[in-house]
Design a protein. Structure first.
Length: 679
């Protein structure tokens, strides 16, 4: 009777293992042939639980709703799956907890992948949609659709496999393998497109980069964020490959019953991904920009362009912060026509008139010089002020005294500022040979205390050495990663053409930025230089927007040789040669009258004209360089720009004044004086 009873009892349990316990059935009847680790699985429950709480808090605070949904979906799946494994520690036989573990841990990473895809579409906007092969939202649609297919296959296959036996169970396993394989394929394609996009970014020209996010792209936090996405993608990919191999062997295979391998290649990989996606949450990196990028994607999907604040209303942000957003990174929204626009500090940024463009504001580092009383501490104070105003790019040169050293001592690059510098070219005492370029760049980087700069300029042409030799050196340091973009300064239009042709013929890096003289009394570049720059898609940075101080003077100051016009000084001789002419003095007289009529200073008139009414265009990455040794001058400049465009009458009058002085105007200091004389 005992044997008969035992035989009947075993047959019943064998046919329905849900009734089994560790005391009544052998372990090889269980869903897995080992007892899941209690501590290890509880550890993963804790990790994913803490991450879930963090994601909910950060998602609500920063309103990253789509990212929140994806992360919550993945984390809830992970938690349920590992709770199922904790239950299996006490009893590995019932099918319910095995189904919890199998299905939830199989599909949860698909949600985490979706979070990565959502971030990448916004990264495309941050760098510039023009660079990408596809529209930003296409990436989201394409890969989340792929994730959805993988999710359906894995969920359906898991359900079938966990609740069936024999041939039907194998069918379920095969469906799961198809789902996980699809996810591996999708991740591989995604990684390939990310690599392709990264290469296109590296080759991108100024025109194609989204200048609105210059400061964000250059920040260390953003670079860490990119690394975190790369880590998450890699670990999810490794996990998915493991699951393919595991499922291919069936539930009774060696991989499916090796807990250590599972805990490392499943649990640890997804834990690393989740920690990366939580520690560098997009809300922490982008603050409120996630919603703006979402709006930008919708606007671009509708075939519309988008500018910072263009879709905001006064209910979104207060009026003062609206202005701050308008110059974030930093940019002033400009109207290329003469139609006046409401000042930014008195309105929200909704504008339905002519196309608005963003002109970059750059600080001129020539103001940093120990001869002017600059110290590292004083430079740090200026940097703090610039950061407060949203100005993150600083222009300097090897010929600006100890400007580079002061910026390095103040750790400007380490504080997130974008640094541009120059080799002296014809201004330097040494010929600009290729070898000299390499040495000069290394010395500038040493002084600046950084590994690379954004733009590396040739300050002026150097007729003492073949241009190709100089460009060969430029190309060498570009390949070494010493700078991101190549710039020219003070090159005549024909010389710009020559540089571009040599670069194209020799596969050298092409110039993508030009720095030149541009102001209300020096507009020859509009007809002589701009057509060439636009042809080659080269951005323009305007230096000397107040004509070396000429536009702030009275005719009497110039004629009496006051200040910068003192002919006892070499610089004064240059200024007198270039500007002390009857037509120029008449211009200055009328310019002063116009400023008085507008109720503003002459400096403000000059700055507002060039930002709002000149040929500068943010769509091409154009900008202006402002700088002064005096803090009150800098403050006055920014406060003046906040007022917006000039009146329509004033803008028209500026064009009339230019026509009267055009024949006597200069191209720039180098071509009209310094190349023929010496300071």
């Amino acid at each position: 009777m005992f044997n008969a009873t035992t035989g009947t009892f075993n047959a019943t349990l064998f046919n329905n293992t849900d009734l089994c316990t560790l005391d009544t059935c052998p372990l090889d009847w269980a869903q897995v042939n080992y007892i899941p680790s209690l501590g290890g699985n509880l550890l993963y429950v804790g990790i994913f639980g803490l991450a879930l709480l963090s994601q909910i808090g950060l998602g609500i605070y920063y309103k990253t709703w789509t990212y929140l949904i994806a992360m919550v979906g993945g984390l809830v799946g992970e938690i349920i799956g590992y709770i199922g494994r904790v239950q299996m520690h006490y009893n590995p036989f019932p099918q319910t907890q095995f189904l919890e573990y199998l299905v939830c841990l199989t599909i949860a990473p698909a949600f985490l992948s979706a979070a990565v895809y959502l971030c990448f579409s916004r990264i495309v906007i941050v760098y510039g949609s023009r660079i990408s092969r596809f529209r930003p939202k296409t990436y989201t649609y394409l890969f989340i659709a792929g994730d959805f297919i993988a999710l359906l296959l894995q969920a359906a296959g898991g359900g079938i496999a966990a609740s069936a036996t024999g041939t039907t169970q194998q069918t379920g396993i095969n469906i799961m393998i198809a789902g996980v394989s699809w996810q591996v394929f999708s991740l591989a394609v995604f990684a390939a497109l990310c690599t392709d996009f990264a290469l296109r970014v590296r080759r991108a020209r100024t025109l194609d980069l989204n200048s609105q996010y210059d400061a964000l792209r250059s920040s260390r936090q953003f670079q860490f964020f990119l690394c975190s996405l790369g880590i998450a993608t890699l670990t999810i990919f490794v996990r998915s490959v493991f699951r393919c191999a595991e499922l291919s062997g069936g539930f009774n295979g060696s991989l499916a019953n090796n807990e250590i391998t599972f805990m490392v290649l499943e649990g640890a990989m997804i834990s690393i991904a989740v920690i990366a996606l939580t520690s560098f949450h997009p809300g922490l990196i982008w603050k409120g920009e996630w919603r703006e990028l979402s709006r930008s994607m919708r606007a671009r999907q509708d075939g519309k362009d988008y500018h910072a604040g263009a879709l905001l209303s006064t209910s979104d942000i207060d009026r003062e912060s609206a202005y701050q957003m308008s110059i974030a990174a930093p940019f002033i929204q400009t109207n290329k026509q003469h139609k006046p626009k409401t000042p930014f500090n008195h309105c929200h940024l909704s504008y339905n008139g002519p196309t608005t463009n963003n002109v970059k504001i750059i600080f001129g580092g020539a103001a940093f010089n120990t001869n002017y009383g600059s110290t590292a501490d004083k430079v740090s104070e200026v940097l703090a002020w610039l950061e407060k105003e949203g100005i993150k790019t600083i222009d300097t040169s090897e010929v600006y005294g100890d400007s580079e050293e002061l910026l390095g001592a103040a750790n400007a690059a380490g504080k997130g500022f974008i640094i541009d510098t120059k080799i002296g070219g014809g201004l330097a005492g040494v010929k600009s040979s290729g070898e000299r370029v390499v040495k000069a760049a290394a010395e500038s980087l040493r002084k600046l205390n950084t590994d690379s700069v954004d733009v590396y300029f040739i300050h002026t042409p150097d007729k003492r050495v073949p241009l190709k030799d100089t460009l060969h050196g430029i190309n060498q340091i570009y390949k070494e990663g010493k700078f991101k973009r190549f710039g020219l300064s003070n090159f005549a239009p024909a010389e710009v053409e020559e540089v571009c042709q040599i670069a194209l013929e020799n596969d050298f890096v092409l110039p993508s930025v030009y720095e030149g003289n541009y102001n209300a009394v020096g507009r020859r570049i509009e007809t002589e230089l701009f057509p060439i720059l636009r042809k080659y898609k080269i951005a323009f940075y305007a230096y000397s927007p107040i004509a070396g101080g000429f536009l702030t003077k009275s005719p009497e100051d110039v004629m009496n040789e006051k200040g910068r016009f003192d002919t006892k000084l070499m610089f004064g001789k240059m200024m007198n040669t270039l500007y002390n002419k009857p037509s120029m003095l008449e211009f200055l007289t009328e310019f002063g009258k116009l400023a008085t009529q507008e109720g503003i200073s002459q400096a403000e008139l000059a700055y507002r004209w060039i930002v709002y009414h000149s040929h500068l265009d943010g769509e091409f990455g154009d900008g202006i360089i402002i700088g002064s040794r005096f803090g009150d001058h800098l403050t006055a400049t920014i406060e003046g720009l906040k007022k917006g465009p000039l009146s329509e009458e004033a803008a028209k009058r500026m064009d009339e004044l230019w026509k009267a002085v055009e024949k006597d105007s200069i191209l720039d200091n180098w071509n009209d004086y310094l190349s023929k004389n010496s300071l």
